[in-house]
Design a binder for this molecule. Structure first.
Ligand code: AHR
Length: 496
């Protein structure tokens, strides 16, 4: 065991609420995310409702997923929503140019997605086509999905296609990665394009308005955020996005499950960069928007490795190990601590793609270590942040060092206090002593996720190898809460 980490808490009335939307997910028409993942079709022998897999629905409901982003990703800027409505036999096919040139038959379209969101009890986040679409197309999508029955030809068409009442669609992305697959635009040009689209993205039907999200920077492209903040008036934008993947090296990403400690270390380094990225992007936003009217949304994040051997290279199917559990835990702690500006995030992606929470194979489904972290952390949804401060011990590998421990804490509406802690140190346990005198706690329980090695993961043959266990080692005495974080572990404590 390394040195004891002394943690102080600062319960404060003006601490922000951790938006549940930080725990959001992402579903793109990519590989086996939609087809085979969420959607198997009405005729499938796999239990489904209107073609949507019920095992996946149940598992995601258990996470209380707050929102789901769709249909991309890069796919979104090639997608024409009108192709995905009406009788399925009449829907045109297209080639999915970004993801393997496979045939997209549009059998999963707007109705299928928005009805699925209702089944999941989650809020849709539609990512609209700006790269190859038109402002008219996007404005029509708003009318088709959100305008009241009998208020014009698009709601009438919606009714003819089986849905009379509008859906509740608040979140709208205007383009995706506009600097890359979304059109290779310069930020100055995109800022103007954004303004044009946002003008017609008003929900003319109610004062409530829509929540418009500008396509944001890639990792440390601070100039992108600067130019957008400078050129888009706060009245036209509700949020700006940021994408950051924890990638070892884009030309040598490495295996998702057979990795060295050095590769693990680099993945953690990339994950921890999120702290610096958010701090610096927020500093730019603060200069233009000191009242924090515009939110920062990290609407794509996660680990990205080589695809599983023998699978389609364009499908981005990868396994998910304890490394990913630590990546998720540290990143979610970072988001929680920045809850005053970070109001939404979407891990990429929910099922069968990149850092998935669920993997499927035929009728089988497994929950990944990342799934378990999201389940353990859901206690933070809409809870009030409790700021914590401490000096982390170091996790060192050769001459490199990283902070070993990350912590965030919150108090929910029922008065329950939660601490989520991660120890990324692969070998050393760390003792943590939290000064909780100000919180008046008398009872504590907890859960831990760890394994026998970093590479541990769940398979279709051994689906429960990695799963949370009760964590009994916490003592609460004299206003101090003391525990020992095992090597490479994620712990969530509940106290009152
Ligand atoms: O999540 C996979 C891809 O990564 C998305 O389509 C794109 O936005 C990003 O580059």
């Amino acid at each position: 065991t390394g040195q004891t980490v002394a943690v102080s808490v600062a319960a404060s009335d003006d601490a922000p609420i951790i938006s549940r939307h930080i725990y959001g997910h992402f579903a793109e028409h990519l590989g086996r995310c939609i087809y085979d993942g969420f959607y198997v079709g009405e005729g499938s022998s796999i239990p489904n409702q209107d073609g949507v897999r019920l095992d996946v629905v149940e598992a995601l409901k258990e996470l209380s997923i707050p929102n789901l982003r769709w249909p991309g990703g890069c796919f979104a800027d090639t997608y024409h929503w009108q192709d995905g409505i009406g009788p399925k036999a009449d829907r045109p096919s297209m080639l999915n140019i970004w993801w393997g040139n496979v045939r997209e038959d549009n059998s999963f379209g707007t109705h299928e997605f928005l009805n699925m969101c209702e089944l999941l009890g989650t809020e849709p986040y539609l990512s609209a086509n700006v790269g190859s679409g038109t402002p008219q197309e996007v404005a029509d999508w708003v009318k088709y999905t959100t305008h009241p029955a009998d208020s014009g030809p698009l709601p009438e068409l919606r009714a003819k296609n089986g849905r009379t009442e509008p859906w509740n669609v608040k979140f709208w992305g205007l383009g995706n990665e506009a600097w890359g697959c979304g059109g290779n635009m310069r930020p100055e040009y995109y800022a103007d394009i954004y303004r044009r689209y946002a003008t017609f993205m008003t929900n003319w039907n109610n004062g409530d308005g829509l929540f418009r999200i500008a396509s944001g920077a890639s990792s440390n492209d601070y100039n992108w955020t600067e130019v957008l903040m400078k050129n888009i008036p706060a009245s036209m934008i509700e949020a700006i996005a940021l994408h950051h993947y924890a990638v070892i090296d884009w030309s040598a990403k490495g295996s998702a499950k057979d990795f060295t400690e050095a590769q693990y270390f680099t993945t953690m380094q990339r994950a921890l960069e999120m702290e610096e990225l958010i701090t610096k992007h927020v500093a730019i936003m603060d200069r233009y928007d000191p009242k924090k009217q515009v939110d920062l949304l990290v609407d794509e994040w996660g680990g990205w490795y080589d695809v599983e051997p023998g699978t389609n290279g364009a499908f981005l199917y990868q396994q998910n190990t304890m490394r990913d559990a630590l990546l998720a835990g540290t990143t979610l702690n970072t988001f929680n601590r920045h809850a005053d500006r970070v109001k939404m995030a979407n891990i990429a992606q929910a099922v069968n793609v990149l850092q998935a929470v669920i993997l499927t194979e035929g009728e089988k489904m497994i929950l990944t270590p990342t799934y378990h972290v999201f389940r353990m952390f859901k206690v933070h949804h809409d809870a009030k942040l409790i700021p914590v401060s401490f000096n982390s011990p170091e996790y060192s590998l050769e001459d490199q060092k990283l902070p070993a421990v990350s912590i965030s804490a919150s108090k929910n509406a029922e008065g329950m206090v939660h601490f989520s802690l991660t120890n990324i140190d692969s070998r050393k346990a760390h003792q943590v002593e939290i000064d909780v005198a100000a919180l008046g706690l008398s009872k504590v329980s907890g859960e831990v996720l760890t394994g026998s090695k970093l590479q541990d993961h769940n398979t279709f043959d051994e689906p429960n190898k990695v799963q949370p266990q009760a964590f009994k080692g916490t003592t609460l005495k004299g206003g101090k809460m003391t525990l020992t974080l095992p090597p490479f572990s994620v712990v969530v404590l509940e106290a009152n």
